[in-house]
Each structure stands twice: as structure tokens, then as C-alpha cells.
Design a protein around this ligand. Sequence first.
Ligand code: FE
Ligand code: FE
Ligand code: ZN
Length: 293
Amino acid sequence: MIIGSHVSMSGPDFVLGSVEEALGYGANALMLYTGAPQNTRRKPTTELKIPEAKARMAEAGLPMEHLIVHAPYIINPANSVKEEVMDLARTFLIEETRRTAEIGASYMVLHPGSFTTTDLATGIQTAAAQFNAIADDLAPGVTICLETMAGKGSEIGYQLEQLAELLSKVTHPEQFGICLDTCHMNDAGYDVTDFDAVLDAIDHTLGLSRLKVIHLNDSKNPRGARKDRHENIGFGTIGFEALHAVAVNERTAMIPKILETPWVAGHAPYGIEIEQLRTGSFSRDLLTELGHD
Ligand code: FE
Ligand code: FE
Ligand code: ZN
């Protein structure tokens, strides 16, 4: 099982610290943001202890493909309303793929964006046009993994057909993959408890080979709520059994599963959640003792 969580990436050890944090959870994969997800301030990659992080990954026997980068939320490729948002989406995406390549990661997760005051079709068209405008400037060797969204607000990409339509409009489809988020798919209306049916649907619309990353989260909301609020594994509407079935599904055995579940009363839950998913046995007590209701 290739499993880990999102981890922090902050001083003094930066990416090396991210790898150490993940190893401390018993993880063999991890996901990090290259800086605060809500802003564009970034440290030069030369200061991020990247060679040390790579050495630590190698020492622990983890291939660099198990280190995933998540692009910040301020990138909105579907926005066609504000010139400065459009400019930022292009310039920051170029820089972020370059940072991802410098870190040594292969996969960069990206939210396809929100159409704001236009409409879904315009949002999809805009995102494709934005990607096409910078296709030649993106770092080679980095696959942009468009995340399946919950459909809150004016998000695009909450149905597989929308992602397929977007990819049908890009000039360099080989630059793109998909990141499946179980909470988002549940909230968008998919029945994640029948994971093989979800994989079949992905295969029919996008091709299963496009699936590169799985975000493994429970959801605070019922199926179809279009909310996007993550819950700890086994505490939400999807439930432990279904999420464990995702984690052990043979068709996705080689795909990194990344937990983005909430911290519990100031404690990272990931060591406990990873252990429970590996063993297949769940007890609420471990997180309720930490302070979960
Ligand atoms: Fe995300
Ligand atoms: Fe996610
Ligand atoms: Zn989410």
C-alpha cells in the first residue's frame, strides 16, 4: 500500500522536514505545498534542502514518485473575468511546475478552478485555453493532475465528463493526469462505497491510466451535498470499510493514497489513520482519545 498524508513544508528543514514528518507517521508517500496554499510567496528552491530530502527518501527506500506536490488554491485556471487572476494562473503554473521538477516530484495536483460569474462551459473552455497558452513553458517531466472537485460554488471538474471535456480541448494531453479525491467525489454525488464502479467510470471517460494520485478522505456531508468538508477516516459519511476498500483495491495498488483529513485537537491523525488502513481494523477510540467527538 502506497500511503501518506499532506505534510508541512516549513523552516528550518523544508522538504527534508516534510520527508521526516511523513516517515514519522509510518508513511511511504507524502504531499506538500511549496509554500502557503493561499499566497504566492515562495522561497528559492536552493533553500529548501532538496538534496538532503532526496537522500532521505532514497535511504528510506521511497521512490521520488511517492512525493506529490499540490499547487496553491490561488491558481484559478477557469477564471475568465479578472485579467490579473488569468495572468497569475499562467505565470504561477509555469513556476510551480518548475519548482515541482526541482524538488524531483513527477506529479503536481491542481484544482481545475471556478468559473465565478460566467458558466460551466466557459470555465472549462477557459481552463483549456489557459493550459494551452503555457504548454511549451511547463517543466518537462511534470504531470499536472487535475483534481476531481466537490462542485461547491462555481467549481468546474466535479463530474468526470467535465474533466474529459477539458482534456479533449488541451493541445498537450500528455501533460495531464487526474487526482481522485474520495470526499470530493462523494460530495459531488458519486457512490464511493462501490469503488470498482467509480474506477470503471473513470476508465470510460478518461482512461484509468490517467489516474495518478488518490486523496483518501472521509466526508462530513452526505453524498451529493456539493460541500467539500473533509472528515477523519471512519468518522464520516463514507466510512472506514469503504475507504479501506479504496486503499486495498488492486487496480490502484501502484497509486499513492494521500490523507487530507483534519487534525484532531492539535494532533496530526495520520499515524493512526495510516496504521488502521494498513491493518484494516478500525477503532474510533484512538481518535476520540485525542479529542475527536
Ligand atoms: Fe486539493
Ligand atoms: Fe484533495
Ligand atoms: Zn477538499
